[in-house]
Structures are given as C-alpha cells and as structure tokens.
Design a protein around this ligand. Structure first.
Ligand code: FRU
Length: 458
C-alpha cells in the first residue's frame, strides 16, 4: 500500500470508502460510547462483489472514519449478508460478560453462496461483542430465524419499549416484507407480512416525532418503514401490527441512493435519526477500492400540505471540515456572469438561497457537471442533477440548496431536505472549475456561501 492511500484521484475525501476492495450496503449502524459504528458489505478479496463479509469502521463524528479489522466472516451457514446491530441495554440475550453493554449484530447467513455453505438456505443469525465491537462471537444456537422463502434477508431490529420486545423487519421476496417479535433476540414470533409497492430488500423501521407538532405537550410520534431504495411508509405500530397511513413516498431522486439504513441507539439527548446509503453504481477507474457510502444525513418528519413527509439533510458535523468561505449577499445574477469563476477545487459545501425572479434556469456547474433548477411557467419546476430530475416548488418564493461536492460524488439537498439527490460522478481530474449562472433573465441571489472543505483523511 502506498503513502498515497486515501488521497487517490477518485478517493472520496469526506465519505466512507474501504481502504481497498469492494463494498455495498451499510450494515449494523449503531452508536455506543462515543463511537458511530459502520459495518459494511465487503469483499476482502476482490474489487467486485463476492465473499460477503462485514467490514468495520468507526467514527467519533460521522466525518472521520477509521477502518478496523473485519467483524463477521463467512462460515458453514453462509456468507454474511446485510443486517443491523443494537445495544442490548437490558442484556435480554444474556450475552453480556463485562461492564460494557453488549452489542448484538443480526445478519443474514446467505447459504449456498460459498463452498462451505453448499446446500444451506438463507437464514437469520446473531453475533455479539463485549468489547465495544472490536471482536465478535457468533451465537452457538444460530440460526435464530430459519428459512422462510427464497433469499429472505436483511433483518433490521429495533427495541419497542411499550411492549418490551425486539421487533425485526425482514425482506422476504418480491415486494413482501415481514415483521417478527422477540423478547431476547433469539426466539422470534411472526407478527405479519406487508407488501410495499416498488420496494425490495433492506428494510428499516423506526419511530420518530412529527417535528414542531405537540399533542398535549408530548411529541406526536409515527413509525417509518423504509426499503432499500429509500421509498418509505409512515404509520402507526403498537408492537403487533404496522398500519401505514401514507406512502410509499420518495425523498431522494438521485441515481445512486440505495440500501439505506439508519443508526440505532443514538442517545436521547441527541435524538437524531441518522441515515447512510450505499452510493450504488459509482465508477472508480484504477482505484484500490470500489464503491462508497453517502454522507450521513438526518431524517426529520414534517406535516406538509400534501401529508406527512420525510426531509433529509446532511449532518451538521460537515462543518468541522469547513475551510475558507466565499460569501455573497443580495446579488443580482445576470445571464453571462459567473460569480464563482475565480474559485478552484474539488471539495465544497455550497449553500444558496435565491428567487428565480426573471430567470428560467439557474445552473451550478461543478467540474463539468451541471445541476439545474428550471422554472417553466407557473407549474413546472424541476431540479436536475446528473440525468435525474425531481419536482421542486418554491418555498415562500425561494429555493434553498445545499450541495456537497466530493471527488466522486455530488449530493444536493433542496428546501431544507424536502428533496435530495444523491449522485456519483466522474469528473476530469484537471477540471477544478465552478460556475453559477442564470439563463432567460436575472435571478435574485439572497445568500451564497461557498465553503472550501478540508479532507477528512488527515
Ligand atoms: C442489497 C443487497 C442485500 C443483500 C446484500 C448482499 O444491496 O442485495 O439485499 O443482503 O446486498 O451483498
């Protein structure tokens, strides 16, 4: 390995990517004692998918990551497919041996995907760690949930306090998922199945408050179900049955947003619902690694004129990387002018608030890739990024954008996260240009802040 490690041409500078070889889904996202754990689908032996193993990284702040030795390796039950992790605060499984609480991982043993597991089906298994995730022991009684159908997989487990039990959401097949309950993470009882149109793989299931809405002083809570592609349902859950009241809806419209999962056990005084996606499908020519994670985002639930909707914004910890700021206020952006023409770079956090006014298009071009906000008459307003488009209305007459630029990705967040677009790109290495232009007339820029970013790889 060379000293250039983590500084290669297309190496993300503030997104997680493995030191080398393949990754796909984020797995086992759990916070414990000052560490955000990120396990990830990993092929330790190749640049492409295979030999599924849980790789492992930790971070104190969701920005700086340190890769640790692999956590879970294939065995005779199968290779290790996606799943989740929890802190077993009450030691319900009886695995705790020291003073630290025990971490429990719940994963799919993908039978018949390796020599050693020939003829085995896909089952759900658990493993535990008594040393803050550094070493893992697979439970001797695995699998804890036997085969149901086809390649059933991707268990996501959450504690349901009112009924004092664990709840598992599991992907079955086609567009069908199932819910199970357990007192101890070992014995699971089927609750019910649910069909979610347009959704496959990687369920997530969590409770969150409707922001700014209080019923008799206590927050009005809902349960949110998400699938791998981020499509989500919002509803109620009483420990036995999930009853959706709206959805499926979509918050991210980008080309590379998949296998989303949110953190378990974020402390109540923080209270955020933090989600990471695999930026599926990025290209990384001649790199020692293949694929990367999205920047961690906070999900919030809002009551809007069209119903309950999620918003998705980057976690504030990005500000730790802010370096030089370029700031504009109350700027009339005329066609033909580019206020960003003097700026060069490949790492930015760009924030803008504007009124289109007479302009029909506002264009941001980052290293040759153009993102456009287009106003076509009164009704059609769209945000386009790397070939994908999303409807985006003005909020009080304005559009607010935050754009995170890394070496191989562009993530756009519009109007406080009502729409996000998670995309990979492959810029020309020597093109470090930025531009902001208006077309069709003059736009009114109220605020424009371009932060150059430091690398997270120190
Ligand atoms: C989603 C997925 C999961 C599976 C894993 C295997 O990308 O197909 O359903 O567990 O990847 O790597």
């Amino acid at each position: 390995m060379t000293s250039n490690l983590y500084h290669e041409t297309y190496r993300p500078q503030f997104h997680f990517s493995p030191r080398q070889n393949w990754t796909n889904d984020p797995n086992g996202l759990v916070y414990y004692k000052g560490e955000y754990h990120l396990f990830f689908q990993h092929n330790p032996f190749g640049i492409d998918w295979g030999n599924m193993t849980w790789g492992h990284a930790i971070s104190p702040d969701l920005v700086h990551w340190q890769q640790l030795p692999n956590a879970l390796e294939p065995d005779s039950l199968g290779t290790i497919f996606s799943g989740s992790a929890v802190v077993d605060w009450r030691n319900t499984a009886g695995f705790q041996s020291g003073d630290d609480e025990v971490l429990v991982a719940i994963y799919t043993a993908a039978g018949n995907t390796s020599e050693a597991s020939q003829g085995q089906p896909f089952t759900q298994c658990i493993a535990y760690s008594n040393d803050r995730g550094r070493t893992w022991t697979k439970y001797a009684g695995n699998p804890v949930l036997g085969h149901i159908v086809k390649e059933n997989r991707d268990p996501k487990v959450v504690w349901h306090a009112p009924t004092s039990q664990w709840i598992m959401a599991l992907y079955k097949d086609a567009e069908t998922y199932a819910f199970f309950a357990s007192p101890d993470l070992k014995a699971w009882t089927h609750l019910h199945d649910i069909d979610v149109p347009g959704c496959t793989e990687c369920p997530d299931f969590f409770e969150m408050p409707i922001l700014d809405h209080r019923d008799n002083g206590s927050p009005d809570m809902r349960w949110v179900f998400t699938s791998a592609n981020g499509r989500y349902l919002v509803g109620s859950f009483d420990g036995h049955r999930f009853i959706p009241e709206t959805g499926p809806h979509q918050v991210d419209f980008g080309a590379n947003y998949y296998a989303v999962q949110s953190y378990s056990d974020i402390p109540p005084h923080d209270g955020r619902r933090i989600q990471i996606a695999w930026m599926a499908g990025g290209k990384y020519p001649d790199m020692p690694f293949n694929q990367q994670m999205s920047f961690p985002c906070e999900l919030t639930l809002h009551r809007s004129p069209i119903g309950l909707r999620l918003c998705r914004t980057p976690v504030r910890e990005i500000e730790q990387l802010h370096a030089r700021a370029h700031v504009w206020r109350e700027l009339a952006l005329q066609p033909g002018s580019n206020p960003l023409s003097a700026i060069r770079g490949d790492l930015f956090d760009i924030r803008i608030e504007f009124e289109p006014a007479d302009a029909t298009e506002i264009n941001f071009t980052v290293r040759g890739e153009t993102m456009t906000y287009a106003v076509d008459g009164k009704t059609l307003k769209t945000l386009t990024s790397l070939g994908k488009s999303a409807p985006l209305d003005l909020d009080d007459g304005r559009i607010k954008l935050q754009i995170l630029v890394d070496r191989s990705s562009l993530e756009v967040f519009a109007n406080d996260g009502k729409v996000s677009m998670t995309s990979c790109f492959l810029p020309q290495p020597d093109d470090l240009s930025l531009s902001l232009t208006a077309a069709g007339g003059t736009a009114r820029i109220h605020t424009l802040d371009v932060y150059e970013l430091n690398t997270a790889w120190r």
